[in-house]
Design a binder for this molecule. Structure first.
Ligand SMILES: C[S@@+](CC[C@H](N)C(=O)[O-])C[C@H]1O[C@@H](n2cnc3c(N)ncnc32)[C@H](O)[C@@H]1O
Length: 378
């Protein structure tokens, strides 16, 4: 969590009970989140740039039966999911994003203003119903402790990058327009993609491209990167994209998406430690839920979805009844050893064909939902 010096911990705006929504809480339409041109930490976000929330109705449906309380949107983005969830009426919002441009844009959409002394890292609405924090969702326990009163009614994670991050050339996530090879969601934290490319060995680069991009030509691309950087550093998106295209066999260039797509995905995951962040959030979030509270995670590739499936599965699988002991499953339940969570999605929820037609970026989305039950929970 990034709290600027001088910001007093303990005097931060704890979310207050729901009050009537101020007019500032409306967005332009059910699927759009407005982005404004505001300088944030040296970055500029496009005015009226849109990120269409994926599986919006499904997320709202999943969170509708939660008890009144705080909803953590750990991937606030442009505030599209958050706005719709606030309209349910019974939830207060604790919105989190590691990208300061996203937090500032969502603050505009939700009518929140910077808290004095927070260095523009914390925003709140006048009625206290919305608090927005610049931070990482891996810190969910500390963030909910400080801003949400400890336990929460819901957690939503809509993983990956937002459309403005992908489409703003200067963020360095895309390969079609030339920009500095950056890819950091938080521009103040960690190594840029250019630094990863400059500093990693051929073996490390191969591992990154193979593991995070499932790139079958990982070794060839890594070798080409190492050869090129001995002549001159690789600093722009288009340089890297051209290098990847030239490194793979000619036949592989002719089919499928852009040959650099997997390399860019892999570097983005490495630069932002996306899987480490997800593992930490999956570990910590279920314990923050109140009874009846729910957690929904939308993932966009198999590396993420596999982790969500495994984590939710582990929480909802009853330990086997010990063999040879005179104990039945009913005895275990009666003794309080019951499962503390319930899986609400045996199969992941996928977008409809109509949603994918309207928003091709929704195509790979999969949502899984977990509920905390009553009874004894470790
Ligand atoms: C797909 S967008 C979310 C869009 C959002 N649901 C909406 O409706 O506008 C993902 C967002 O999550 C943020 N993000 C990704 N990883 C994060 C992390 N570990 N901690 C906090 N925010 C993160 C990104 O900066 C990005 O703004």
């Amino acid at each position: 969590m990034r709290i600027a010096p001088g910001h007093e911990v303990g005097r931060t705006p704890c979310l207050r009970p729901a009050q009537p929504q101020p007019p500032g809480l409306s967005v332009e339409g059910p699927y759009s989140a407005r982005f404004y041109r505001i300088p944030v930490g040296g970055l500029r976000v496009s005015r009226r740039f849109e990120h269409r929330p994926v599986l919006l109705n499904e997320v709202v449906e999943a969170m509708a039966p939660t008890p009144p309380g705080v909803l953590v949107d750990g991937t606030l983005g442009g505030g599209g999911h958050a706005s719709a969830l606030l309209r349910l009426g019974h939830l207060r919002l604790l919105g989190v994003d590691r990208d300061p441009a996203a937090v500032a844009a969502a603050a505009e959409v939700l009518g929140a203003v910077a808290v004095t002394g927070s260095g523009a890292d914390v925003f709140t609405t006048p009625d206290g119903r919305v608090t927005l924090v610049r931070g990482r969702f891996s810190d969910i326990e500390a963030i909910t402790e400080e801003f949400g009163g400890g336990s929460v009614s819901g957690v939503v994670l809509d993983l990956g990058v937002s459309s403005p991050q992908l489409d703003e050339a200067e963020r360095g996530f895309g390969y079609s327009r030339s920009a500095v090879l950056d890819m950091r969601m938080d521009p103040d934290l960690g190594r840029s993609a250019a630094t990863v490319i400059a500093e990693s060995s051929e073996d490390e680069l191969t591992r990154i491209l193979h593991t995070y991009g499932e790139e079958r030509f990982a070794r060839r691309i890594a070798r080409a990167i190492v050869a090129q950087r001995t002549k001159a550093p690789i600093t722009t998106t288009t340089e890297l994209a051209a290098l990847v295209r030239d490194a793979i066999p000619a036949a592989a260039r002719r089919t499928g998406p852009h040959p650099a797509r997997r390399t860019f995905q892999a570097l983005r995951i490495e630069v932002n430690d996306e899987l480490g962040e997800l593992d930490a959030a999956l570990d910590a979030s279920p314990g923050t839920l109140v009874q009846g509270g729910r957690m929904a995670v939308i993932s966009y590739h198999s590396l993420e979805d596999r982790r969500v499936k495994r984590a939710f599965g582990a929480l909802t699988t009853r330990p086997p009844v010990p063999r040879g002991l005179p104990v039945t499953e009913d005895d275990l339940v009666a003794s309080g050893e019951e499962v503390g969570y319930r899986l609400l999605t045996r199969r992941p929820i996928r977008p409809t064909a109509a949603e994918v037609a309207a928003n091709p970026r929704a195509d790979s989305a999969r949502m899984r939902v977990l509920e905390r039950m009553g009874g004894n929970v470790a």
